[in-house]
Design a protein around this ligand. Structure first.
Ligand SMILES: Nc1ncnc2c1ncn2[C@@H]1O[C@H](COP(=O)(O)OP(=O)(O)OP(=O)(O)O)[C@@H](O)[C@H]1O
Ligand SMILES: [Mg+2]
Length: 231
């Protein structure tokens, strides 16, 4: 990949581009999820908090604690709502019940789901709607205090109402977190992101402020893509 991209703190950075251009591949490098794909080889440097996270001796578990990931299809664990949230903190050594309860409430509030589920924390997460499941996955990611949240087409399996809620939530989240989102929905990128990167055939063709990318793209391909001529 020929990519040089700044991810700014407390901003939403959107990655757009036609299917197969490498958006998921790139975002997976940011928390070394790429390691899980057999035969993957990476070149280059990704700086995060002054460290190159691509170097072989990176503590990948510690990195993934700081850089959480949300996927296209909501993937709650087949356990209760509460257990979905406490799973990570317990894994990282939190044992105190009161502290765990606080984490559950706080994470669900931050993910704008608390009011909808506070009376049924002990039911299966799989009984929630798709949109609620996705917000639960966001709450689960927040439960271990990440700094960055990566989202790979987080709304493509959701209806317009649930999508609007995730968009609204993303705008709220960027106050405290750095968000990188991959989306096929150009209107979504335009509505919520501060910066946009347009990718094509494994390259980053253009990167800039979202307004500039959509209203005044410098690159002919970007212009054609954002105006809907291809993609
Ligand atoms: N720069 C690259 N070098 C080698 N292989 C690449 C590169 N970019 C992408 N690929 C390969 O192309 C395929 C599709 O990439 P990826 O899944 O990242 O695309 P995508 O933009 O997320 O597409 P979609 O929008 O369909 O999800 C993968 O098999 C990936 O390994
Ligand atoms: Mg993808």
């Amino acid at each position: 990949m020929d990519i040089n991209i700044p991810i700014r703190k407390n901003c939403i950075t959107a990655l757009i581009g036609p299917s197969g251009c490498g958006k998921s591949t790139l975002i997976r490098v940011f928390n070394r999820m790429c390691d899980l794909v057999e035969g993957t080889k990476t070149e280059g440097i990704v700086f995060f908090d002054g460290e190159n996270i691509c170097k072989p001796n990176t503590d990948v578990l510690a990195l993934r604690k700081k850089v959480g990931m949300i996927f296209q299809k909501p993937n709650p664990f087949p356990m209760t709502i509460k257990d979905n949230i406490t799973y990570g903190p317990k894994l990282h050594g939190v044992k105190d019940q009161k502290e765990l309860d606080e984490i559950v409430e706080e994470s669900l509030k931050k993910a704008a789901l608390w009011e909808e589920v506070k009376d049924r924390l002990h039911v299966s997460a799989l009984s929630l709607s798709g949109g609620q499941q996705q917000r639960l996955c966001i709450a689960r990611a927040l439960s271990i205090n990440p700094e960055v949240i990566l989202m790979d087409e987080p709304t493509s399996a959701l209806d317009p109402m649930a999508t609007a809620k995730i968009e609204e939530l993303s705008l709220e989240l960027k106050k405290n977190y750095t968000v990188v989102t991959v989306t096929h929905n150009m209107q979504q990128a335009r509505r919520i992101s501060d910066y946009t990167g347009f990718m094509y055939l494994g390259r980053l063709e253009e990167f800039g402020r979202t307004k500039d990318i959509f209203e005044n793209p410098q690159n002919e391909l970007t212009k054609r893509y954002v105006s809907g001529i291809f993609g």
